[in-house]
Design a protein around this ligand. Structure first.
Ligand code: ZN
Length: 295
């Protein structure tokens, strides 16, 4: 009888451990605060962090703890990924997850970090289906098999200038969010059908505007790379939303509104409004000519 009880208990444990083990472990990890040195990295390398309300800072720290616990970092080409690199990447990636229930990029397991821009092997298909091997220099990549690849030099640069609209971590992790809803197509998970309808109407219109600006090399708040396809448009618009929120709100009001609803934060709270352009120089007073008569 005792043997049977022990046998049943052991079987129950064998079933429960793989099911609940990771959850118990996560709960234990989340109960521990982010170490002070890691918080100092957030302050140093993620300018919005210092301007957030304490409750939002606490949320971000918790997301970072979960991210660091669940994801594996691999250094490439001899790079050793230290705590500063991991926390900087995790902190920027988790900015996209604030104020909503999130499983923290559930299908992502590995972040590969190169020291600088890396070369990726590609194949381009030419006329007649001829496949040609192609080598491309990349700053980052997002794969739907659970990997993100980043150039550390470019992560650092993105952290240093938070107002230029370029941030490789925000870009690649926006792709991850996009692919959570199936194929990356510029529409992340939005809930109701009416949300998708509104999203696609607004994004399609601004995407076509950006394509036009790119074609005619006109100035745009968003980088012209966003005109490549709808998935790149969403990733570039995400960079713009977090780094140039004032300009995006002014020039792409409806798009900004959709991103406010989706990301549930207003990055204008973390950034001073850009200074208005200087007033035009006053016109020079008409020059008075005097004629010296009598020569
Ligand atoms: Zn991209």
């Amino acid at each position: 009888m005792l043997d049977a009880v022990i046998w049943i208990s052991l079987t129950a444990l064998a079933i429960a451990l793989p099911l609940y083990g990771p959850r118990w472990q996560l709960r234990r990890v989340l109960a521990r605060p982010l170490p002070a040195e890691a918080e100092a990295v957030l302050r140093r390398n993620i300018p919005p962090y210092g301007r957030m309300a304490p409750a939002l800072q606490a949320q971000l720290r918790q997301l970072v703890v979960q991210f660091l616990h669940q994801k594996k970092f691999i250094g490439c080409e001899g790079l050793v990924v230290d705590d500063e690199m991991a926390v900087t990447i995790a902190g920027q990636a988790c900015l996209l997850l604030l104020n909503r229930p999130s499983k923290v990029y559930p299908s992502l397991h590995t972040i590969m970090v190169y020291p600088s821009a890396f070369v990726a092997q590609r194949h381009s298909v030419g006329p007649g289906g001829v496949v040609t091997p192609d080598r491309q220099s990349m700053l980052g990549e997002s794969w739907d098999d659970g990997r993100v690849v980043l150039s550390w030099d470019d992560v650092k640069n993105g952290a240093r200038d938070w107002t230029d609209g370029h941030n490789i971590v925000l870009h690649e992790f926006a792709h991850q969010l996009d692919s959570e809803s199936g194929r990356a197509n510029g529409a992340p998970y939005l809930g109701s059908v009416s949300n998708y309808r509104q999203w696609s109407e607004v994004l399609e219109r601004d995407y076509q505007h950006l394509r036009f600006s790119a074609m005619y090399r006109q100035h745009s708040v968003m980088d012209h790379y966003g005109a490549t396809n709808p998935a790149e448009f969403f990733a570039v618009a995400t960079e713009t939303f977090f780094e140039k929120p004032w300009q995006m709100a002014e020039h792409h009001g409806e798009l900004f509104g959709e991103f406010l609803k989706y990301y549930r934060v207003d990055p204008r709270d973390w950034q001073a409004a850009p200074l208005p352009p200087p007033p035009p120089e006053p016109e020079a007073a008409p020059r008075l000519y005097s004629f010296a008569a009598g020569w």
